[in-house]
Structure formats: structure tokens, C-alpha cells
Design a binder for this molecule. Sequence first.
Ligand SMILES: Nc1nc2c(c(=O)[nH]1)N[C@H]1C(S)=C(S)[C@@H](COP(=O)(O)O)O[C@H]1N2
Ligand SMILES: [Mo]
Length: 372
Amino acid sequence: MKLDRRDFLRYSALASLAPSALLAAEPHMLQMNGYPLNAETPLELLTDYITPVPLFFVRSHWIPRVPDLKTWRLRVDGDVAKPLALSLADLRKLPRAEATCVLQCAGNGRGLQNPPMPGVQWRYGAVGNARWSGVRVRDVLARAGVKSSAKHLKLFGSDDPPGKVPPFHRSIELAKAMDDCILAFEMNGQPLPAQHGAPLRLVAPGWAGDHWMKWVTRLTLSAAPQTGFFMDTAYRWPNTPGAPGVAFKPEEMHPVTELAVKSNITTAPKQAQAKRAYDVRGFAFSGAPDIAKVEVSDDDGATWKRAELDARHSPHAWRLWHFRWTPVRAGRATLLARATDSRGAVQPRQTVWNQSGYLYNGWHSVEVEVKG
Ligand SMILES: Nc1nc2c(c(=O)[nH]1)N[C@H]1C(S)=C(S)[C@@H](COP(=O)(O)O)O[C@H]1N2
Ligand SMILES: [Mo]
């Protein structure tokens, strides 16, 4: 889908509105609940290499409190030689860094899990691929002087939940933060929109969305990870997953980090004529830096044919793919897609069930009515 003038005007208007206006979903988005704004993209609209901002999913635990740029500073403290308070202008003086990569909510696909579990019932569209620009975490931290005791980077945003509800306080392993994480102030070449974390958010290429702190106000270096609900209870994955329905205690689990290899079909005919060729399209991504292949099956996975991968790519971006499909006979056909990543991980038929429904990546199927 191309961004037309109306979309553009709507986006510019949205970007300049007060935070309370951010509670309204874009007209084509699928709003998941009443409070706050959680909206996923209809899968059939995720056909662009760069997902336009008006189509990009939004996941916010609480009503955002977008910082006032005049007074906003990025504070850096904890196990550092020199605590910092940087304005956006200060950050802009550092070397620019850019990454085109996938942002996917850990819970994308939760609504497809069986047996089901509570939580936002995301289906396919809590994912997008964007061009993020800003500065490297490593360049910011170098200015503060990281002490050798520091092993984790705690991140704080300006959003503040009501009453005794736990705040969205998180930390990320310092090694990952120093490797390839970016503090982004632009998305797709525009100032970072308020709903996506203005003025500054973390970009953690290849890692699930819970690490991508929005509205960042403070970074604290420490020897131990962050504690609290969003570290100790939420966003954890069983050390040894059990059968569907089996739940584990937090200490039998570890934090969700890398995304799982996954492919979705965005474009396929609803009805087809036997022996005619049709376009089937989709995207594929993984926690690994690239996708090695995507295959399509129309015989329940007995045989697979390779799809063609689009040339556009950078580490942890998604790969668009397409496949020319010719149904051989009349009847109901089921198209399946499965991806293999650059480390050899293959998308499984069935996702690994887990009690919070994270990282759903079972084979995606699409039904087609074929006429003779
Ligand atoms: N401060 C803050 N950052 C946050 C969140 C939040 O609720 N508060 N949600 C996280 C989750 S779970 C996801 S999936 C991504 C979603 O980013 P998006 O809304 O830009 O798509 O932001 C992450 N960063
Ligand atoms: Mo998420």
C-alpha cells in the first residue's frame, strides 16, 4: 500500500496533536481493546518493504505521557564515570546510526494459540518493518564512561500507569545494547511519532518489542537486571517448554529475547481457476540477521517449492517474497508458507505453546477455492 495524500495529512495531523489524541486508532487499523491504544495492522496491508507509519501497529501498556521537548533530557546514570543529561540537540551531534529492521510484539499471534490464554489477542499484525535512525547506544554510553561492574542497561520511559499498577520498567543485557542497539529519534525519515515513542526509543534489532522502550527518559547502568512485574513475571519463556497447557513458575523461565523464525502470507487469491498461475506474496523474518529461504506447499507440507526472495534487505529486516502458484485441480486448496533463517532454524508446523503466548510462529495457512 502506498501512502496517499490523505494518509499523509492524517499522519502529519496526528504527529502534531496533544497526547490525548493518540488514543484514537487510524481508521484502517484493528483496535484490540478500549484502553490504552493497542492496534494491529490487517495482514493483507503488510505488503511494503517499509511499513508506512499510519499502518504500523501500536502497543502501549498505559496512556502515553509524551515528554515536553523543551525540558526533556536523556539522563544516563548508575555505573558510569560521568552521569549525563543530554538534549535532543546534544544527541544529534553524535554520529548518526540507522537500522532497517522488524519490530514485532512478543505477543503477536497470541490469539492463535491453543489452548488460549489471557492477554491482548493479537493475530497477525503486531509486526512491521521500519527505518529507524538516531544514535548508537554504545556512542552515548562511551560519553558517560561505562564501569566494568555494569552488565545491564535499565530503561525508563515517561509513561506512568494509574494507581498501584506496575510501571513498564525494563532492562536489556548490556552486551546486546552495546552490540547493535540504537536510540532512535526518527522513523522512516520523519521525526519519531508520539505513539511510537517520541522523542526517543530503543531499537533492539532481532529482539522482541518489549525491549524497544518508548519515550525514553533515563538509562541506568547496573550489575543486576531490572526487577518488577515486566521483568520477573511477564516476557519470560520456559527453560524447557512443556506440552500445550503446561505452565511454569517464573524461576523456571528466562526473558524472551530473539524473535522466532516466521513467515506470513499477505497476498493470495480467494478463488482460483485450476491450471492458471496466481501471485502469492508475503514476508519472513527471524531473530537471525537474514532469511535463507521461504517455501510454499499446497499439499499439507508433503512437498515444498521455493519462493523468490526480494532483493531488499539489511540485518534483521524482513524479506518480502513471492511465489507463482498454479493450482492443478479443482477443490479446496490450502497454501502453507514456511521460512528458514540464515542460521538454519526452520519455522515449525506447530508453535511452541507457552503460558503467555509469546513468539507464535506456526505455519501460516490460507484457503483458496479452486474451480475446474
Ligand atoms: N515506555 C514504553 N515502552 C514500550 C511499551 C510501553 O508500554 N511503554 N510497550 C512495548 C511493547 S510490549 C512493544 S511490542 C513495543 C511496541 O512499539 P510500537 O507501539 O511503536 O509498535 O513498544 C514497547 N515499548
Ligand atoms: Mo509487545
